[in-house]
Design a protein around this ligand. Structure first.
Ligand code: COA
Ligand code: AMP
Length: 619
């Protein structure tokens, strides 16, 4: 905190640069300060070649473990580097150069990691789109980042069904105004995707004839990737991650936050489509010379609630990262942790949680069952690493249930009240970070500097607004309580209720609507829709509810888990017209609520209670 530049310059020494930086921090850069300006490096070199040629060539870099198919495949650093070099050759032959964008729409298979690192190798910018998003969401991203190439696979595997990716991709390209030059498709054994001659290329055929491509040095401030995340509207925000600051910060976190040494096995049970997957399945463990695990499967059902413990035992995982919802799912199936006793977890040292608020009860259960530190830590797509954490590699502080730990080094946090003044300890307000933010944090949004400033920097001048509310206690522990915007968190997935409402509003019979996040014991929150129908639509309630549920699945994707909606006569509003979403959510969750003083017509809440009962709420 006293001298961030000295601190991060020292951390920068752990990364190999092709050209040293001129300035550790350019405070005058706009719209936000930039780290390591003037420096040049290649992130793929630091993640692979450096280790492959530096004594780790025969060490496992990536272990692919599919709980769905029951198969595993290990890639050494040398093998992974060779695959990535060759795939960079494939992309280069497709015309991809430094700065070009490549969308990766893939399930959890090693080829997804290869494609990401191949982009980094060329200095191209990848944008991974989570497989649970439907064609329209993919199309929005295609139009926003205008990729030259899209990399995909024939299918993904869910617990009880095969998801064909290629028809979803074809439909997205059809909808999008921008058309990629090529799609490179990995054909999995289970499904053979139909290919469009000329445009579509077969992964295996291309790899067989490609020459490996060397690492292309890029500016530290060049984008490594764009990752879209929910905004307040249907238009997602393209979070930009730079090369230099990202490599420095992420490498630093492995030893200092996660207490991992090079050569150890690390596992983030997330998806490469989310930021956790970018940072802790792919980049950080490899930058640090660890072995990373790529797991295709779920915490339960592939095949049972012992799946996580099996993976930890089979691969000697030292530290793991998952979302609380996964633990809740395991606990639901195996409350006494009997599955845990079946496996040798002697090398397992710590469990990290993030993505949503972790209730102290679930945290305590995991601690009792696993007998290792269970560390809740707080971060966002925007930051790429923890804003608050108990840094196991620095000091063995006690983990305080309900808190996400102290601000991580480099984060100068403040809690700000409605009048813009900083609040004293223990008072809830907007959690903000004093500028400049540490390396890896977003420098702006893709093609949207103004939106970046307006969304994050304008409300509290001099601060980055996290859009989370919470407090910092007397001992300096951060407690993240809730979002201050309309983002909800469903099974660790971040969703915009505004985007869901846009889909509901597109139904011809819907006059007005609201979507609220209702507390759920498994997924944290579940979206529930409230519909007010246009005159003349009476009697068709059930059909319209069915339509909007199907529309969300089709337009946003199954990941939204939008399955419940009710029709009501009108929405509860304040006299100034603001919809009282939080009161509706509390009624649906059976949480205590008061009639807000500003409501225009209190009787409306009786109607809401009755309507919710028809769909089984509160549960
Ligand atoms: N491609 C296509 N569909 C997908 C998908 C993908 N990559 N990922 C999920 N889906 C579908 C699922 O099949 C499911 O469809 P359904 O409505 O037909 O059942 C829907 O999207 C919701 O999936 P999910 O959120 O995974 O819920 P689930 O009920 O299948 O499983 C949990 C519940 C708790 C086990 C699961 O949500 C989980 O493991 N969560 C952890 C999340 C996580 O790690 N987040 C990372 C952030 S750190
Ligand atoms: P995402 O960008 O998808 O990673 O989601 C980030 C949001 O998830 C944060 O802004 C928080 O609202 C929430 N979140 C992430 N980690 C935690 C945590 N440990 N505790 C509470 N909320 C969290």
């Amino acid at each position: 905190m006293d001298d961030p530049e000295e601190f991060w310059a020292e951390a920068g020494g752990d990364i190999e640069w092709t050209k040293p930086w001129d300035k550790v921090l350019d405070k005058d850069a706009r719209p936000a300060a930039r780290w390591f300006t003037g420096g040049e490096l290649n992130t793929c070199h630091n993640a692979l070649d450096r280790h492959a040629d530096g004594g780790r060539g025969e060490q496992a870099a990536l272990i692919f473990d599919s709980g769905v198919t029951g198969t595993t495949r290990t890639y050494t650093y040398r093998e992974l580097r060779d695959q990535v070099g060759r795939f960079a050759g494939v992309l280069s032959r497709c015309g991809v150069e430094r700065g070009d964008r490549v969308i990766i729409y893939m399930p959890m298979i090693p080829q997804a990691v290869v494609a990401m690192l191949a982009c980094a190798r060329l200095g191209a910018v990848h944008s991974v789109v989570f497989g649970g998003f439907a064609s329209r969401e993919l199309a929005v991203r295609i139009d926003d980042c205008t990729p030259k190439v899209i990399v995909s696979a024939s299918c993904g595997l869910e617990v009880n069904r095969v998801i064909e990716y290629k028809p979803l991709l074809d439909a997205a390209i059809e909808i999008a105004a921008h058309k990629p030059d090529h799609c490179v498709v990995f054909q999995r054994d289970m499904v053979s995707a139909s290919m469009q001659p000329g445009r579509d290329l077969d992964w295996m055929d291309e790899m067989a004839t490609a020459s490996p491509h060397e690492c292309v040095p890029v500016a530290a401030t060049d984008p490594l990737y764009i990752l879209y995340t929910s905004g307040t509207t249907g238009q997602p925000k393209g979070i930009i991650r730079d090369n230099g600051g990202h490599a420095v910060a992420l490498k630093w976190t492995m030893q200092n936050i996660y207490d991992l040494s090079p050569g150890e096995v690390y596992w983030a049970a997330s998806d490469v489509g989310w930021v956790v997957g970018h940072s802790y399945i792919v980049y950080a463990p490899l930058l640090h010379g660890c072995t990373t695990v790529l797991y295709e499967g779920k915490p339960v059902g592939t095949p049972d609630a012992g799946a996580f413990w099996r993976v930890i035992a089979d691969h000697g995982v030292a530290s793991m990262f998952t979302a609380p919802t996964a633990l809740r799912a395991i606990r639901q199936h195996d409350p006494d942790g009997l599955e845990i006793t079946k496996y040798d977890l002697s090398r397992f040292r710590s469990l990290f949680l993030a993505g949503e608020r972790c209730d102290p009860d679930t945290l305590g259960w995991a601690e009792r069952q696993l007998r290792v530190p269970v560390v809740d830590h707080w971060w966002q797509t925007e930051t790429g690493w923890a804003i608050a954490a108990t840094c196991l590699g620095i000091e063995a502080l006690p983990v305080v249930p309900g808190s996400q730990g102290h601000p991580a080094p480099g984060w100068d946090l403040a809690v700000i009240g409605p009048d813009g003044a900083e609040l004293p300890p223990n008072e809830i307000g907007a959690l903000c970070a004093r500028l400049p933010m540490p390396p890896s944090s977003l420098p702006t949004l893709w093609n949207a500097d103004e939106r970046f400033v307006e969304t994050y920097l304008s409300r509290y001048p001099g601060f980055y607004e996290t859009a989370d509310a919470g407090f910092i206690d007397d001992a300096g522990h951060v407690h993240v309580m809730a979002r201050t915007d309309d983002i909800i968190n469903v099974a660790g997935h971040r969703l915009s209720t505004g985007a869901l409402e846009e889909v509901l509003m597109s139904h011809p019979d819907v006059a007005e609507c609201a979507v609220v996040g209702v507390a759920d014991s498994l997924k944290g929150q579940l979206p529930v829709g409230f519909l007010v129908l246009k005159v003349g639509a009476d009697g068709q309630n059930e059909e319209i509810v069915g339509d909007v549920v199907a529309a969300v699945r089709q337009l946003i994707g199954p990941v939204a888990a939008f399955k419940s909606a009710v029709v009501i006569d009108r929405l509860p509003k304040t006299r100034s017209g603001k919809i009282l979403r939080s009161t509706m959510a509390r009624i649906a969750a059976d949480e205590p609520w008061d009639v807000p003083a500003t409501v225009d017509d209190p009787a409306i809440f009786d109607e809401i209670t009755t309507a919710l009962a028809t769909i089984g709420y509160p549960r």
